[in-house]
Design a protein around this ligand. Structure first.
Ligand SMILES: Cc1ncc(COP(=O)(O)O)c(C=O)c1O
Length: 366
């Protein structure tokens, strides 16, 4: 019997998280101030298979530092997919560069390569693929496009820890990448992020920039204006506990998606997110396209879901429709998905009964 709102997200907290955070708050000071930070960074770098990692206060901060360390600045253009959280494009704007928006693939909802290629011009300095809702963007093709055109690649890997293409993890393809551990993410530290790279020079630059531009050889001496996007040891304690359970957390998200696919397989009016060949999506947010819907119809549908105790979130609108950005080319797939798709309840603690209720309500409303 469903008598409470079924929420879209929710973390998975066990005794492990509680005991690590309790240890950090009790003992993680003075000489042990960074014990969990070091372990969390190391364990994520090993898992993603990258050389360097640096914890940050958010993925947005990690992306901002990536832009700076990759030398992106005023007058430059960075290609970003239309459908993503605004943070991707904001990081570009922070350094005075301009995000130019390409279309998305109709299955993965990630960057469409041909559309991205059309946007490359003399001002283009970088490409920012986004692994949207945990599906990997087509990184082999994006890396080829970037290398052929001498462009940097900064992966917005925010919601994608554990996602893979042919066994290689997101975050390990580009020049730099950022992950998010904000409260609703698959792996959470409350708020938080992680910068990763295989490039020694970029890493050293990010480390210094994230430490107020300090000269590592001279204590407390800044040599330029820097930033401070740091994570605390307390958050890292939670992050380490979640990292040690990452496979379980990924498997559970994939299971939730498989159940939705099964429950909604006989409903021709919706298309549940799936994955492209060779890709492993972690399905951070299981989502559906409501075929033929526009903004108004979607909003009415979401209101009705809520009346039936099913919470949902609209898929991001095309970023070029926001007042601070503008459109360069037509992006028809993004326009369609941006007004007709929603995220379904996808929290780790969702029960089968709740998923059956969600599917039943969707079918009865359509
Ligand atoms: C695609 C994408 N990029 C960036 C972010 C920003 O992450 P954070 O909130 O950690 O800055 C998010 C968070 O939801 C996201 O989904």
């Amino acid at each position: 019997m469903i008598n409470e709102m079924i929420l879209t997200a929710g973390p998975s907290i066990t005794e492990k998280e509680i005991s690590y955070v309790t240890d950090a708050v009790t003992n993680g000071w003075n000489n042990d101030w960074n014990k969990y930070l070091v372990k969390f960074e190391k364990s994520l770098a090993e898992y993603v298979d990258v050389k360097h990692s640096l914890s940050t206060s958010s993925c947005t901060g990690a992306l901002h530092l990536s832009m700076l360390a990759c030398g992106i600045g005023p007058g430059d253009e960075v290609i970003v997919p239309e459908i993503t959280w605004v943070a991707s494009a904001s990081a570009v704007a922070y350094v005075g560069a301009t995000p130019v928006f390409c279309d998305i693939d109709p299955v993965s909802w990630c960057m469409d390569i041909e559309s991205a290629a059309r946007l490359i011009g003399p001002k283009t300095k970088a490409i920012m693929p986004v692994h949207l809702y945990g599906h990997p963007a087509n990184m082999p093709a994006i890396m080829k496009l970037a290398r052929d055109n001498n462009l940097k690649v900064i992966e917005d890997a925010a919601p994608s820890i554990g996602a893979e293409i042919d066994g290689k993890k997101t975050g390990s393809f580009g020049d730099a990448a950022g992950f998010s551990f904000q409260g609703a993410k698959i792996l959470s530290t409350g708020e938080g992020g992680m910068f990763v790279t295989n490039n020694d020079e970029i890493f050293q630059r990010v480390k210094s920039l994230n430490d107020h531009g300090r000269d590592p050889s001279r204590p407390l001496a800044s040599v330029e204006v820097g930033y401070k996007y740091k994570m605390s040891n307390l958050q890292a304690a939670m992050g380490l506990a979640q990292m040690e359970r990452v496979e379980e957390l990924v498997d559970r998200k994939r299971e939730i998606n498989a159940i939705y696919q099964d429950l909604l397989s006989d409903c021709g009016a919706v298309q549940v997110t799936s994955e492209l060949d060779g890709c492993k999506s972690i399905h951070w947010m299981s989502s559906v396209e409501l075929l033929g819907f526009d903004y108004d119809k979607r909003q009415q549908f979401m209101n009705k879901l809520k009346e039936n105790l099913v919470d949902s979130r609209p898929v991001f609108s095309p970023l070029s429709s926001l007042p601070m950005f503008h459109r360069t080319i037509e992006n028809p797939v993004a326009d369609r998905i941006g007004q007709s798709a929603i995220n379904l309840p996808s929290g780790h603690n969702l029960t089968l009964e709740q998923q059956e209720h969600v599917a039943k309500v969707i079918k009865s409303l359509l």
